[in-house]
Ligand binder design. Structure first.
Ligand code: CA
Length: 231
């Protein structure tokens, strides 16, 4: 079996070293790049299983790297950014990044994100990502029958709630921005739709019993969007 290969794109040497050492300790194979141009080249030649990408690179913005990779590949991309500005994260996610980490981050956080990506990849590779039935922990979504169950209990959702749940489950592990969800569900991107999205999401989570869960099914990214955790 091919070893899980990670491409680290980071111009800050101390951060690059921290990530490299952490990956090494956990037995991952990795390659590093400092410039966006090298990142694009290496992603094509190595076809890594995951890219950890800094946004502030010396030659071009990291978002351009995401666009370039997305023009030919769905390889997972986790953005690592010092920017606390949500607009940058949203731009990176809308360009096709899967998740983000804000500097400074703990190595535990980094490893947790990588494991989410691996679980998502194994789900896709096992082919169950395209099946008619989605299972995640005690959640079951039967796409054909539009049926949702938590354990043995059927959950009755409105059409909008169901659409939201389906969208999140089809993108499990990936952070979806408010505007990308609104576009997908309502076909628009008006501010009022984001307000109504929050309302529908709140009722959906209530029906899924998410508030009572230790590890919620749906993760809220304040000011950015939502993702479904993978179990
Ligand atoms: Ca940087």
């Amino acid at each position: 079996m091919k070893q899980f290969q990670i491409l680290i794109v980071e111009d800050d040497q101390s951060v690059r070293n921290l990530i490299s050492v952490t990956l090494k300790v956990h037995g991952y194979t990795y390659t590093t790049a400092v410039r966006a141009a090298d990142a694009v080249m290496l992603s094509t030649s190595l076809k890594p299983d995951l890219v950890l990408l800094d946004l502030g690179l010396p030659d071009t913005d990291g978002t351009e790297v995401i666009r370039s990779i997305r023009s030919w590949s769905n390889m997972p991309i986790i953005v690592i950014s010092a920017r606390s500005d949500d607009a940058d994260k949203i731009a990176a996610l809308d360009a096709g990044a899967d998740d983000y980490l804000t500097k400074p981050f703990s190595t535990d956080e980094l490893m947790a994100r990588i494991r989410v990506v691996q679980r998502r990849l194994s789900l896709l590779q096992s082919g169950s990502g395209e099946s008619d039935v989605f299972r995640n922990g005690d959640l079951l979504v039967d796409y054909k029958a539009a049926l949702v169950k938590c354990g043995d209990t059927e959950v009755h959702l409105t059409l909008t709630e169901y659409k939201l749940l389906k969208l999140l489950s089809l993108n499990v592990g990936k952070v979806l921005t408010y505007s990308s969800i609104v576009k997908e569900i309502w076909g628009g991107s008006v501010e009022t739709d984001i307000v109504s999205l929050r309302v529908h999401m709140a009722t959906l989570r209530k029906k899924l019993g998410d508030v009572a869960r230790e590890e919620p099914l749906i993760r809220t990214h304040v000011g950015i969007g939502y993702s479904m955790n993978r179990y």
